[in-house]
Write a protein that binds this ligand. Structure first.
Ligand code: COA
Length: 162
């Protein structure tokens, strides 16, 4: 780690027997927890602030993770708003004997940086450096506009609280 402004982090560990679901593979909720942990570490490393999750979207479980697999959870900043950071998170896993990783899960997760009083606070701006970065920025913007339509529909269907 090199301190604030670090754009990308990876967490790497073994899938343990305690992570198992009823089918003998890693529980989906466990994978979501890993995604949140990697995202949190990345958002805090980028902003130097305490951060909270405000949105997790487009999560896709592509293939199962087996107990005993090495798991690599990579989170990187792909877009910054005023107080929010949009991160792309890829989960890859593989049998350590084979030494090969395959992508198992992908999602975009949004964090907001908070000040000492729990109020949103501005974050450093991410400037894309490469063609891939620019494509990821476009992807994040596209998801934002799709999300507005989904949020409108959800608010119409499930207005307010009970
Ligand atoms: C984070 C929180 C304080 C923000 O409060 P708020 O009144 O929504 O604040 P704002 O309207 O100023 O929004 C702050 C940022 O969040 C973004 N945001 C809010 N809801 C969002 C959503 N559903 N998807 C993406 N971004 C969202 C806004 O776009 C804004 O980003 P910007 O400053 O980059 O433009 C509040 O939403 C909260 O406490 N949420 C619960 C967080 C939580 O408990 N998470 C789970 C455990 S960590």
């Amino acid at each position: 780690m090199t301190g604030i402004g670090k754009r990308e982090i990876s967490l790497r560990f073994l899938a343990e027997p305690g992570d198992v679901n009823f089918g003998g593979k890693v529980h989906g909720g466990t994978v979501m927890k890993w995604i949140d942990q990697a995202g949190y570490t990345c958002a805090v490393s980028w902003s130097g602030r305490y951060c909270v999750t405000v949105y997790v979207g487009g999560i896709r479980f592509i293939r199962p993770i087996h107990i005993g697999n090495v798991v690599d959870v990579r989170a990187r900043v792909i877009y910054t708003g005023h107080t929010s950071m949009h991160l792309s998170v890829d989960v890859r896993a593989g049998d350590p004997r084979a030494g090969r990783f395959e992508k198992t899960t992908h999602c975009v997760i949004v964090f907001v940086a908070l000040d000492e009083n729990g109020r949103p606070v501005p974050v450093p701006q991410w400037e894309p450096q490469t063609d891939e970065d620019r494509q990821l920025l476009t992807y994040a913007r596209k998801l934002m506009s799709l999300r507005s339509a989904v949020d409108e529909e959800a608010t119409r269907m499930f207005p307010g609280s009970d």
